[in-house]
Design a protein around this ligand. Sequence first.
Ligand code: NAD
Length: 297
Amino acid sequence: MFGSVVVGVGTAGFVRIRDMLAPLPSSAAEKLSVKGFISRRTLEEQQGVKQITVEDALRRDDIKVAFVCTENAAHEENIRTFLEAGKHVCVEYPMAMTHKTAVDLWDLAQEKGVVLHEEHIELLTADFKQLKKDIAGKKLEEGSLHFTGGPLKPGFGFPAFSGIARLTWLVDLFGELSVTAASMEEDQENKYMKMTTQLMTKEQKPLTWIEERGPGLPRVKNINFCFDSCTMTQLPPAAREPVGLFMQDLVLFSQKLLGQVPRDQLHAERHRVLHCLELADRIQQLSQQGQGSAQDA
Ligand code: NAD
């Protein structure tokens, strides 16, 4: 069994505890057992699980795994602390706020011989799986993905990182990308922001990615993908799956702990994660330079 601790008990942390208390029957997730949670606040038991200190979690031999479910800005420090102590880590996306940090953390995990896993539930949704099936074999001409949502709480970072799920969709659908331009509009007083990014596929087809957040904006992904044979303007309807998204991710992470995930798959995943973070770095750089075009930089 892999005794685990959950760090940060917001939405994601709550679900991690819930899922470990009732893992998918006959799945690898049954090998995890939650031993406690860590919070900066002093809290009562959560779902019957006790609060423990970081020091306790690091010291205890029966705790082998940490789930890092804090706001994004605290991921790096938490991951590093647990990896240094030889614990496996599952972190909610994004792993870190720079590409270089993620490379360092992954190297550290390798040096310590432990698993470092970044959750990507957006790749596990029924609509994404259906979308991927539907576009298989089609040739992209151009496309856009426009995400809208409410304002983010502090500590979630630059939108290219907090919105890495959307970028990951584009990379998973269309392969490696490059950034040709990026800009950012922000009205802090009104909690409004809009990041617009121009991307290019390896086949030199343009993609636009927009992250727009503000009070009252619905949480929606608008797509417009033009292919050689058709245009898609809506996500395909897909039936809800019986196994929850975080549970699917928990099973994957547990399989990694048990050495059941093929090396090629692990390599491809690491490559995709680092590629997306590298793009996010570049988008942030270009947006903050204010001039926006990669050719000028
Ligand atoms: P949230 O604001 O609900 O929770 C964050 C929590 O962690 C807060 O309660 C905060 O008090 C606590 N926290 C922060 N630093 C801490 C520390 N050092 N020790 C203990 N507690 C600490 O946010 P969330 O939605 O749960 O998101 C958490 C992470 O999960 C983020 O990285 C986010 O990108 C990722 N994520 C969330 C979802 C989701 O559906 N909510 C989906 C995918 C990824």
